[in-house]
Design a protein around this ligand. Structure first.
Ligand code: ZN
Length: 148
């Protein structure tokens, strides 16, 4: 029986999803695949400097699971860095902790994090300041083992 999908919560979707070393010819290039959860673990722990407890809470996983995701991410990054490999960010099972909004006046769309939703929910369009805005359904991504 297949294991049920565990949805992790991710607060940021990477804008750049492929990195490669300069000066390596393409046929020789090896590629590593990082899941979006792994990148999120690095972002929370190493970029934002949150402690593991808080990181695990944010991703809605146990500390053990967070530790495992982070360890795997760091290992892959080190491999890419020291062995001159490219890396691609894709796959994983996660729910984006963002709400999308759309302005009915000019069609402008933007994203608001859950933290902002609680402290300062949007009241008007950041583009034209119309108050005719709607909330769109959240993104949900699910790729198994990096395969779409
Ligand atoms: Zn607008």
């Amino acid at each position: 029986m297949p294991r049920p999908t565990k949805w992790r919560c991710v607060g940021y979707m990477p804008q750049v999803n492929f990195f490669m070393p300069a000066g390596v010819s393409l046929p020789l290039l090896e590629e590593i695949c990082l899941s979006v959860e792994e990148v999120e673990a690095i972002r929370l722990r190493d970029l934002e400097g949150l402690d593991q407890e808080r990181c695990a809470q944010k991703m809605r996983v146990s500390r053990t699971t967070f530790h495992r995701i982070l360890g795997s991410a760091r290992k892959k990054l080190a491999d890419a860095l020291f062995n001159g490999k490219a890396f691609r960010i894709e796959g994983g099972n996660f729910e984006l902790a963002l709400r999308r909004f759309r302005c009915n006046h000019d069609g402008y769309e933007w994203q608001v994090s859950f933290d902002t939703m609680i402290t300062n929910p949007p009241r008007d369009c950041p583009n034209c300041h119309s108050t005719d805005i709607v909330s769109l359904p959240p993104f949900k991504y699910g790729w198994s083992n990096g395969r779409r």
